[in-house]
Design a protein around this ligand. Structure first.
Ligand code: SF4
Ligand code: SF4
Length: 122
């Protein structure tokens, strides 16, 4: 997995005392508060809990998987992708934004980037 390789490389570089610099614009800008948003769940939900187990930020209520903590949700869409019943769907409020993002990407898959590793290679 890429993240494991990244962690190994980073630890190795720290052990060697290699100084790291992280790319980005400085000074960092204050993060603006975002509108709380999360997926919605339709009646086909079987309460299998797969989404709750898979949510990276534990935003989905384990006792009732239809409940999503919108302040916690990072809109990663993992639950939408993983739901076997197709019960989790985009919140209609974010559909136009997602459509625009997909259009801007041109449908090209983007691989994860590890900026710390990249900085060390420069
Ligand atoms: S994965 Fe889908 S069916 Fe299972 S609990 Fe979540 S929303 Fe319901
Ligand atoms: S979109 Fe991502 S963060 Fe939000 S509830 Fe689903 S899995 Fe969790």
């Amino acid at each position: 997995m890429k993240i494991e390789a990244f962690a190994r490389e980073t630890l190795g570089n720290i052990d060697k005392g290699i100084r790291v610099s992280v790319p980005g614009n400085r000074p960092y800008r204050e993060r603006k508060p975002r509108t709380p948003m999360g997926p919605v769940t339709d009646e086909s939900c079987t309460q299998c809990r797969l989404c709750a187990k898979s949510c990276p930020v534990e935003a989905i209520d384990f006792e009732d998987c239809r409940i999503v903590d919108e302040n916690q949700c990072i809109s990663c869409q993992r639950c939408i992708h993983i739901c076997p019943a197709g019960a989790k769907i985009f919140d209609p409020r974010i559909t136009p934004m997602v459509e625009k993002l997909v259009k801007d990407w041109g449908g090209v898959r983007r691989e994860p980037e590890f900026f710390l590793t990249r900085a060390l290679e420069d």
